[in-house]
Design a binder for this molecule. Structure first.
Ligand code: SF4
Length: 194
């Protein structure tokens, strides 16, 4: 898609915040550019920085598994991006000023891809996009409305790897995403597990 490619070429050479100094690669995001579903995480980690692709490490593999059981995939119907597009050193959370510098790119991506549903993976995504004071433990599993889109905050896959007991809650959240997708995008959407 031309508009998305235009932003991508701008982002790939971006030096608007200090994160550009340590990155190996800018991670623009990937997936189907006409997706009705978009997943948004925090920022690239080591493997993502090396590969230039979002969610390719252990947490990415878990995310792909979750999406797969829900009937979603990057190839067909999901776009995956992050709040910041360059890896914070040592995998720390991006600072507010870094998030603020990078956010316009994400907003443009959302505008162009035009998803009906956003899944926010973890506190940084929730705070970066919706409310800097919001807490993921309080808002996860609840539908929010934002700029005419449905938003489901849930745990970041890395939290699920650290604390497997959270997987049950995360699955409940993703079941709601499947239901909403059937309601507003495709009534015949298939998931083998829900
Ligand atoms: S994190 Fe975003 S704003 Fe900062 S340098 Fe990378 S692309 Fe630019």
């Amino acid at each position: 898609m031309k508009e998305l490619d235009a932003i991508k070429s701008e982002v790939l050479s971006c030096q608007k915040c200090a994160l550009c100094q340590h990155r190996h690669t800018v991670v623009f995001g990937e997936g189907c550019s006409s997706s009705s579903l978009m997943c948004i995480g925090e920022g690239p980690g080591y493997y993502e920085d090396m590969a230039g692709r979002p969610f390719v490490g252990a947490s990415g593999q878990l995310l792909d598994k979750i999406l797969d059981v829900c009937g979603f995939s990057r190839q067909r119907n999901v776009f995956i991006a992050n709040i910041v597009k360059c890896r914070p050193p040592g995998n720390r959370a991006p600072l507010p000023e870094e998030r603020a510098q990078c956010l316009p790119y994400l907003l443009q991506q959302i505008e162009i891809i035009n998803p009906r549903i956003l899944v926010l993976l973890g506190a940084t995504a929730l705070q970066g996009l919706i409310d800097s004071e919001a807490r993921i433990t309080r808002l996860r599993g609840r539908w929010l409305e934002w700029n005419g889109r449905w938003v489901m905050p849930t745990y970041h896959p890395s939290a699920l790897l650290r604390t497997p007991e959270l997987k049950r809650d995360a699955w409940e959240d993703f079941k709601k995403v499947i239901d909403k997708y059937r309601e507003v995008v495709d009534a015949n959407h298939f998931s083998a597990y829900h």
